[in-house]
Design a protein around this ligand. Sequence first.
Ligand code: PMP
Length: 447
Amino acid sequence: MPETINETYVRKNPKSAALFPRFKNVFPSGGGGHDGYVADPFPITIDHGKGPRKWDVDGNEYIDYGLGSASLLLGHAHPEVVDALARAVPNGSHFGSPIEQVLEWGERVCNLIPSADKVRFVGSGAESTALAIRIARAYSGKDKIIRWESHYHGWHDYVMPGNLAPFDVPASTGIPRGVVESVVVLPPDLDALERTLASDKDIASVITEGSGASYGTVPLEPGFVEGVRKLTEQYGVVMILDEVITGFRWSPGGLQQQLGITPDLTTMAKILTGGLPGGAVAGRNEVMAVMEQTGDSSHDRFERVYHGGTFNANPYCAATGNAALKIAATGEMQETASRMAERLRVGLREIVDRYEVAACVYGQSSTFHIFFGARSIEGLDANSLKSAPPEVQSNFRKALQVRGVDLMSRTSGVLSGVHTEADIDQSIDAFDGAIRAMMEEGLISHQ
Ligand code: PMP
């Protein structure tokens, strides 16, 4: 009997296996900081990364399509980012006052992102959507937000309703009823949006993951984001474009530059900081003005948006952010990453076709997704596209891992501007082996 995918995984990772009980001892389910780090029978513990590759504690090497949850457009430990951080470290980590590097960082954001008149730095992508929602409510004087089924905007209370199917039950327990009632969850359909905007006069904002849910796992109809812009403008509702993934990746100016639209507010993180913690909200002067402190004590106490955060815009993240955005501004990394992603998607599609398995490969920009269950995603909604059997998804990721390739989630990945054609071709071979192993185990079959 040949080894199963799981048996190979266990055999190749004795040190990761040995560390797992200790992880479980101190972290819920063994996950140190993120639900996504939990894996069965244990996650692989990584030791270090360089460029498009990373190595685990057992010495196994991976071509990485996870890339710090898509934050590493420049690859792991890019020399200019490392150098910027190394130069900043000895100078101190916090001064409680402005530093010039933060000014430079903010100017870079405003120069790159078309809708950014003003920007405010925050601690993460989730904080950026939390602040943007607060700004939108303050600006409009209204309470509710509209969000799309399955779009991901972080883990805070206001974005848990509608994040996971079934969409009428928040993705987490512990969300107050009042919060749930303030969030209107819609399928991504412009008619549904128009009907809601016409009938409900308490809508402050519409928030959209412009790629479609989960960096394009559930693509949007062409023209959808532009349609959201048109309708929000028509009904005087604040449009928040969540560019935490697409910002600086779809193009130097994000998705909005590519589409030629101007949202009222834009949320960013990930590439913004060169892969360190942090995020930002940017927007139109008139909307961002709700954060202004005028010195009038009544205005400042009663009529403005409050915001703090000890580590926002810290010198280390400003240093790496400036280094990363300087490179991202040229567009070369995005161009390579997208070209390599296309090469990978074409190669993966050939294998799916060759073995005639019920699966398909798709993705925009520098991302790729594999759906197990049909030869096309045409007509499939978020519910279907995210409902491939869990054992198929997790075995697929493990089958790739034991062949030296890792993904961002179980069936999707992103590329960097430092992946090479050789990396792609090696990954396609690994994918071929993974698909064959899954067929042998009866996890997937002919269409
Ligand atoms: N919005 C989107 C579109 C994201 O993909 C993410 C993270 N994957 C977030 C918000 C939250 O960002 P963070 O994990 O930095 O809180």
